[in-house]
Design a protein around this ligand. Structure first.
Ligand code: PMP
Ligand code: GLU
Length: 396
């Protein structure tokens, strides 16, 4: 008997991770692929963070910790939230998980009963709808476009509200568009959430990677009523170049933290003890490497936007944060390039990979088939090479 549950059958694999794995396999076979696919900083994890992990191993800090994370890490997160986001949380309100992805998974599991709706915008990060479905929830998508800056307004959200709406999902700066909500825009959405008594799930994983156009604030900091309804999701992967260490966290009301703690105590238990010690150092140690990375990302962003805009048929908004650009590439659909008919983003990205040795993620996975996502978390030199190749392929 080969049986899998209906729930399992409904889930498709993550396109970002699939393309990254395929690309890394090609690279290991000696193919010179420029990897614009995965959202993973190319910088090494800063040395002082690595040193804390090595010390943890040498001191034997290699056993189970509390399932929700060590007290010192949860205290460090509270300090960070106070200092950077002007938010008061107690360590008991923090749940440390195996990456922001795991934190999000926990959140949807504890706020969704079967059929409960979570409003999210398209273009969305690939994993949100799948995780909502895994929790028995229903993703309700608000379509946004370059014309509205890839942002939802309260009116657009209102049009999707139903008796089953449980939460609004926000991700600012956004993966895949890089769009950011201004404090004013957040205030308007926060008001709606309070008026209709909804949760806001605020994925702030890219909060430190912003480039000066829009002020970054946490929606939870806009007043006590919205703070009560907000579940902050964050993690160390992007800001500290710690993708492999797997540390993410939530900050929420105590009753939600308690149920997520119970869930995590039966599923994964604690994230790696060693990574947690490194996490304390990341949060409390020098923040200089973060700033160095941010400055470098900004240079790359400016360059890649200018190069993409120079390609006839490509249009692109300037991303205000994160490390992605999301150009509209639909002008190529219906055309035949190098003998291949381009029907949509999947064929275009396949063409770029096979003919240009450049890995880009099709917009289809983000609910936006007219686009393709480029991660510029790769060196300036590789960005130049990649864009030269793309220009050569698309110019044919
Ligand atoms: N949210 C968004 C929008 C992301 O792009 C990512 C990247 N994978 C995550 C959450 C989670 O990252 P991680 O699990 O590495 O913390
Ligand atoms: N968030 C990154 C991306 O979108 C990492 C891969 C993933 O977890 O999806 O590429």
């Amino acid at each position: 008997m080969e049986f899998v549950s209906a729930k399992a059958r409904a889930i498709s694999p993550s396109p970002t991770l699939t393309i990254d794995a395929k690309t890394k396999q090609l690279i290991s076979q000696g193919v010179d692929v420029v990897n614009f696919s995965v959202g993973e900083p190319d910088f090494d994890t800063p040395d002082h963070i690595k040193a804390a992990a090595i010390e943890a191993i040498n001191k034997g800090f290699t056993k189970y910790t509390p399932a929700v994370g060590t007290l010192d890490l949860r205290e460090a997160i509270c300090q960070k939230l106070k200092k950077e986001n002007h938010l008061d949380y107690k360590p008991g309100q923090i749940i440390v998980s195996n990456g922001g992805k795991h934190s999000l998974y926990n959140v949807y599991q504890v706020i969704c009963d079967p059929g409960d709706e979570v409003i999210l915008q398209a273009p969305y990060w690939v994993s949100y709808p799948e995780m909502i479905k895994l929790a028995g929830g229903v993703p309700v998508v608000v379509e946004t476009s370059a014309g509205d800056g890839f942002k939802m307004t309260p009116e657009m959200i209102k049009a999707k509200l139903s008796k089953k709406t449980r939460a609004i999902n926000l991700n600012s700066p956004s993966n895949p568009t890089g769009a950011m909500y201004s404090p004013k825009e957040l205030e308007a959405i926060a008001k709606l959430a309070v008026d209709y008594d909804l949760y806001i799930i605020s994925d702030e994983i890219y909060e430190k990677l912003t480039y000066g156009e829009v002020e970054q604030v946490s929606v939870a900091s806009l007043g006590p009523e919205i703070k009560k309804r907000t579940i902050i999701v964050n993690g160390l992967s992007k800001a500290y170049s710690m993708t492999g260490w797997r540390i993410g966290y939530t900050a929420s009301e105590q009753y939600l933290a308690d149920v997520m703690a119970a869930l995590q105590s039966h599923s994964t238990s604690n994230p790696a003890s060693i990574s947690q010690k490194a996490g304390v150092q990341a949060l409390l140690g020098t923040q200089e490497p973060v700033e160095e990375m941010r400055v470098e990302f900004k240079k790359r962003r400016d360059y890649i936007v200018q190069r993409l805009r120079a390609i006839t048929g490509v249009s692109v908004l300037v991303p205000e944060g994160a490390f992605y650009v999301f150009p509209n590439v639909s002008a190529f659909y219906g055309k035949t390039i190098l003998g291949k008919k381009i029907l949509g983003s999947d064929q275009l990205c396949e063409l770029l990979l096979l003919e240009g040795q450049v890995a880009v993620v099709p917009g289809s996975g983000f609910g936006a088939g007219n686009y393709a996502r480029f991660s510029y978390a790769t060196s300036m030199e590789r960005i130049k090479t990649g864009l030269d190749r793309i220009e050569a392929v698309l110019g044919r």
